[in-house]
Design a protein around this ligand. Structure first.
Ligand code: MRU
Length: 355
């Protein structure tokens, strides 16, 4: 029997009868509506427009996009099909540069497809692989949540930034998966969610989904983090990640770095929740492209202009938190502690796992 809480959990992205169904996150919290796509180009647009967002969710959406491309292809030979898949791969890969899950999922599927001989078998393998990535995302995040629940004590107040929940994954969440797991284990907790300007993932999505799951949540302006920490209210910080390097540098939503600096100043533990699909063992900090988004995200709230019309805007969507500010990185395998260079390599030797 499913529990009441499990029934209230959201399903962010799903494969259904040769189509991809996803929650349109741009409509939240006003409306919970689903959109259905049958063409890979629609999925690419949806990723760009943040209809689906969050590192693991865009990885799964891109994987399903490749499955649509396989179905759309009329090719009769392996070479023809691989050519069509390469075009779709490049389009999907170009959507967002910072979260590694997207390129990880696409590469995993393409590498598998290249080794198969017939059109029918390639099409089947592409779909099966994308479904496996989605299933693993749920399973791994449940394990990650359970591992991380031990860092939360009864009556803790937890601060989180952006949205690393059901809405950022297929269903369970990473940072919010830890919170969900602690709550499922009967711990009484309160969550403080930052608004997360300018796209408001905290107020639109985190506040919505925690409330939807019956978890106590209070919203604060991003500017209130320091004050709340100095007043002693926050016991622990837990955030998600878009990419974790082998050095322990964490790329996550803009503002994460300043939360980490403040947590360090106030001696508050700062944890990152990241499934192994979010680790990038090959790149260095300077290799990674930080996405810069449209100035209208900063100059407008909805359709309302809130700044001088032609003001210059700098709108980076992600920042980098250095390893010395991070207390631990919670994965589905275990919690990794400093020294990160040594412990990430030791704990995640085969992180580019096959499916
Ligand atoms: O721009 P977004 O909304 O895709 O950014 C999302 C984040 O930064 C999340 O914190 C991150 O992807 C972790 S999700 C489990």
């Amino acid at each position: 029997m499913r529990s009441k809480r499990a029934e209230k959990q959201l399903f962010t992205v799903k494969w259904k009868s040769n189509s991809v169904v996803m929650i349109d996150q741009t409509k939240l919290p006003r409306k919970l509506v689903y959109v259905k796509y049958t063409k890979y180009k629609q999925v690419a647009k949806a990723i760009e427009k943040l209809i689906v967002r969050g590192a693991p969710a865009i990885g799964v959406a891109a994987a399903y996009g490749l499955s649509l491309a396989a179905i759309e292809s009329k090719a009769k030979t392996k070479e023809g099909l691989m050519h069509d898949l390469e075009i779709a791969y490049r389009r999907l890969k170009s959507t967002r540069p910072t979260a590694v899950n997207l390129i990880w999922a696409l590469d995993l599927i393409m590498n598998k497809a290249r080794k198969i001989d017939t059109v029918r078998d390639i099409k089947r393998a592409v779909l099966e692989s994308s479904m496996k990535i989605a299933e693993d995302d749920i399973e791994n995040n449940k394990k990650l949540g359970s591992n991380g629940s031990n860092i939360i004590s009864d009556n803790d107040v937890i601060l989180t930034h952006c949205n690393a929940g059901s809405l950022a994954t297929v269903s369970y969440g990473t940072a919010l998966g830890i919170i969900r797991s602690a709550s499922e284990k009967g711990k009484k907790i309160k969550v403080i969610a930052t608004e997360t300007r300018p796209v408001m993932q905290g107020s639109r999505l985190t506040a919505f989904e925690l409330d939807h799951s019956g978890i106590d949540v209070s919203l604060i302006p991003d500017t209130a983090v320091g004050y709340l920490m100095s007043s002693g209210l926050i016991k622990v910080v837990i955030v998600g990640a878009d990419r974790v390097l082998k050095t322990g540098h964490v790329f996550n939503k803009i503002g994460t770095y300043q939360v980490a600096v403040l947590a360090n100043r106030h001696k508050i533990p700062f944890y990152v929740a990241a499934p192994t699909s979010t680790f990038d063992m090959n790149s260095t900090v300077n290799d990674i492209v930080i996405e810069h988004r449209n100035k209208s995200e900063v100059t407008h709230i909805g359709n309302k202009l809130i700044s001088p019309k032609n003001v210059n805007v700098y709108n980076p969507a992600f920042d980098i938190t250095p390893p010395e500010l991070i207390t631990g990185i919670v994965t589905e395998r275990r919690i990794i502690h400093p020294p990160y260079m040594e412990n990430i390599a030791k704990n995640l030797p085969a992180v580019r796992q096959s499916i």
